[in-house]
Design a protein around this ligand. Structure first.
Ligand code: AR6
Ligand code: MG
Length: 364
């Protein structure tokens, strides 16, 4: 276990705060997904940033009535990961694979990635004989490096927050059902470790973005070094991206150019290595004020800023929202904003059940 984890594990947070963080994390993930989805694929101009500012003001205005913002595959798959942890005391990956597949066939129009749909078909056709094989066969044997493993990983970080090694093991296997490329797996691990670190950070003490990032960097170095598929050119991708985040956080946040640089250096796409570090950057940058994101609330600032970067807005805002919610807890999230999201009551029930399941679990 790395020394930072030991230090965090020793810090004790009140149970009521941990529970609020469980709820905040899953709610943050849902809100980022629902609120970010309408902007997916967009290139955002400075005019659009003002439109996004007004969009959030409307969503936080109690008199504003509108149909629910619908969730996408990010939340659909996160639900399955939570159920897998809640329903079975020991990890059962065949059960998880079946949950993913059934969820997809019940509601196929949630915006799933093209490759992942093929994996679901193969899992079904092979009767789940080897749940990791279909994913390994994708992309001529290279496996997917999409951000689909990372976008759904939050329940694993919450459930195993007192058992770091079990968390890494389960996060890796839960990802491998659909994403076998080392970049897809390590992207999910980075998001998982970042949520874990946010969860164990006391919201009464403000986060120092630089320290948060360098602690994450140490953990990521350990993870990338032990990866069996150690290919020289990709075995330190995330560690390098975290260094870039540290550099970007030190820049003066007063120009449009900085956002362009963030997109160029960190990315805003569907590849895990071009979106997970971006989500972490959004969370850390939102610890301080951001021009054109006018709000006192750092949860909102996190997801609103993520959306202003354009690209895979639902997934980047979903991952950034999970981090902000895990750090701040439920009380920091505007309830009017929450009410505009489909599934908002259900996601809180899931968080409650996950918290209860975790209390009775032999691994914690
Ligand atoms: N080689 C080339 N392209 C790849 C590779 C690879 N090895 N891996 C991934 N891609 P997928 P996801 C590209 O289908 O990760 C949704 O909008 C390829 O274009 O495994 O679950 C979600 O909301 C492939 O179709 O799905 C997420 O935002 C794409 O990456 C996002 O999609 C996605 O990989 C990720 O979905
Ligand atoms: Mg997406």
């Amino acid at each position: 276990m790395c020394p930072f984890v030991k230090k965090f594990a020793m810090a004790t947070l009140e149970n009521s705060l941990i529970k609020s963080k469980f709820r905040g994390c899953l709610l943050g993930s849902l809100i980022g997904d629902c609120v970010g989805a309408p902007f997916e694929g967009d290139t955002v101009t400075s005019g659009d940033k003002i439109v996004i500012q007004r969009y959030f003001e409307k969503l936080q205005d109690p008199s504003f009535k509108a149909p629910y913002k619908q969730y996408t595959d990010d939340t659909a798959m996160m639900k399955s990961v939570a159920k897998f942890l809640i329903d079975k005391p020991e990890p059962d990956y065949k059960f998880l694979a079946k949950l993913f597949v059934n969820e997809y066939y019940n509601e196929p129009n949630r915006g799933y990635g093209q490759n992942v749909v093929e994996v679901f078909q193969k899992l079904k056709n092979t009767k789940y004989e080897d749940v990791f094989k279909p994913a390994r066969e994708q992309f001529f044997g290279g496996g997917s490096y999409g951000n689909g493993g990372a976008m759904r990983i939050a329940p694993v970080a919450l459930y195993f927050h007192s058992n770091y090694d079990a968390m890494i093991e389960v996060a890796k296997n839960a990802t491998k059902i659909t994403h076998s490329n080392v970049l897809g797996i390590n992207g999910a691990l980075l998001q998982c470790v970042a949520i874990h670190q946010a969860l164990l950070s006391d919201p009464e003490n403000s986060i120092d973005p630089k320290t948060f990032c360098s602690e994450l960097s140490t953990k990521m170095k350990d993870i990338e070094e032990v990866e069996e598929d150690n290919l020289d050119n990709i075995n330190n991708v995330y560690h390098e991206k975290l260094k870039i985040i540290e550099q970007l956080l030190q820049k003066e946040p007063d120009t449009e150019d900085l956002d362009e640089e963030v997109i160029t250096k960190l990315g805003n796409g569907i590849r895990a290595h071009e979106s997970v570090p971006t989500a972490i950057y959004c969370f850390l940058r939102a610890q301080n004020e951001i021009p054109v994101v006018e709000t006192e609330n750092s949860f909102r600032r996190t997801i609103q800023y993520a959306i202003t970067l354009g690209g895979d807005t639902d997934t980047i805002a979903c991952m950034a929202g999970a981090l902000a919610g895990a750090y701040l807890g439920e009380d920091a999230i505007n309830s009017t904003l929450t009410k505009h999201c489909e599934f908002n009551k259900e996601v809180l029930e899931i968080a409650e059940n996950l918290y209860r399941a975790r209390e009775g679990s032999p691994t914690n």
